[in-house]
Design a protein around this ligand. Structure first.
Ligand SMILES: Nc1ncnc2c1ncn2[C@@H]1O[C@H](COP(=O)(O)OP(=O)(O)OP(=O)(O)O)[C@@H](O)[C@H]1O
Length: 352
């Protein structure tokens, strides 16, 4: 049995349908209409203890809803969840003792209490032994650089300070699992780095299982050994980031700086070349996107040189950000991976 087991997990929300304007609002008072919105549509997922999983997808894909069901905040419409043998919703108290959660958009700190006192209250709530509390607190203060704002109330903290304090509060009791929903949103790069280092250290030192939702590809690259992509409530990929990169980093963009170019001739030449598209087509700047498995960079360059005088050129590989965006937008299908052809940890786990 895996540490986290999710079976056929589904969540539907009832959403009120209102016609626009005041008339619509009044009409709704007398005859309410609702539609059922499926936020999570039959997800199956196994996660082993100590894994660091990025749970990503476009806006509205169902990420936060899944995390809320895992933390026991929301009850599934159907399906089951087991986290370390516990059903998070039915055993909310027991579950809460073994997990930590950070929701980047909302703080869990007491607004009007100094951060140091919040930590001390959490010690009592979670019944953290004195020695462990002291050791964790000292380490967290140092790793997260919190010394300067421990005496301030949450209300007075900057976003970056607040996120660090939230993270420390979530991990003070050494939870076996942490759910991080956008933990680096809106933060500058220095604070992001600190937070990522802190999460890495916790995973390494305590074997904490980490499930992270993020729109920041840097978070995934720095922290996660497994990538799960969800779209419209369903899993569309479960594997490694490296596997996505290997398979899809086939696209290249070649940029030319030209003295001048015969654009109509170049357009005609491009029409004859498969899998080559123009990102930019101007007399002095041409950027062409091509599939390196279909055509070589030198063939693309030769075609451009026949239509103009090339002064300089450069070839770019697409970042993983671009690849994932294309997956979201449905331009790249990951069905092959999802069918289990790859051997990534996730798919292996899901076969068991
Ligand atoms: N309490 C709710 N009531 C009604 N619909 C909801 C509720 N919570 C979420 N939804 C809907 O469920 C879908 C999934 O929402 P969810 O917040 O899980 O997406 P997400 O992947 O976390 O998106 P984002 O990246 O924008 O945070 C969305 O269409 C959303 O409008």
């Amino acid at each position: 049995m895996s540490f986290i087991e999710i079976r056929q997990l589904t969540k539907q929300f009832r959403q009120a349908v209102k016609e626009p304007g005041l008339a619509g609002a009044v009409k709704h008072l007398f005859s309410q209409k609702y539609v059922d919105k499926t936020a999570v549509a039959g997800i199956n997922l196994n996660i082993e203890e100590g894994e660091t999983v990025a749970y990503v997808g476009p806006n509205g894909a169902g990420k936060s809803t899944t995390i809320k069901m895992l933390t026991g905040i929301l009850i599934p419409s159907s399906g089951t969840i087991s986290v370390g043998g516990i059903d998070p919703y039915r055993n909310r108290m027991e579950n809460a003792r073994t997990i930590g959660a950070v929701f980047g958009q909302r703080t869990q700190l007491w607004w009007d209490i100094p951060i140091s006192e919040t930590f001390s209250l959490l010690k009592d709530i979670y019944e953290i032994p004195e020695a462990l509390y002291k050791r964790n607190l000292d380490q967290f203060i140092e790793l997260l650089g919190m010394e300067d704002f421990l005496h301030l109330t949450a209300r007075k903290l900057s976003l970056g300070q607040r996120m660090r304090a939230d993270l420390a509060a979530a991990l003070l009791h050494n939870p076996r699992t942490v759910y991080l929903d956008e933990p680096t949103i809106g933060l500058d790069i220095a604070v992001k780095q600190r937070i990522r280092e802190f999460i890495r250290a916790s995973n390494k030192e305590h074997g904490t299982t980490v499930m992270l939702t993020t729109h920041d590809l840097g978070d995934i690259e720095d922290l996660c050994n497994r990538l799960v992509i969800i779209d419209q409530g369903s899993l569309i990929y479960d594997g490694t980031l490296a596997a996505v990169k290997d398979r899809f980093a086939r696209e290249r963009v070649i940029h030319f700086q030209l003295e001048s170019a015969d654009l109509p001739a170049l357009r005609e030449a491009l029409d004859r070349m498969p899998k080559v598209t123009a990102d930019r087509l101007e007399r002095q700047h041409v950027s062409l996107r091509f599939d390196r498995f279909h055509i070589t960079a030198s063939d693309v360059a030769s075609a451009v040189m026949r239509c103009g005088e090339v002064v300089d050129f450069r070839i770019d590989e697409p970042g993983i950000e671009h690849v994932i965006k294309q997956v979201y937008e449905g331009r790249i299908s990951l069905d092959e991976q999802h069918a289990g052809k790859q051997t990534a940890a996730g798919t292996e786990a899901n076969r068991r």
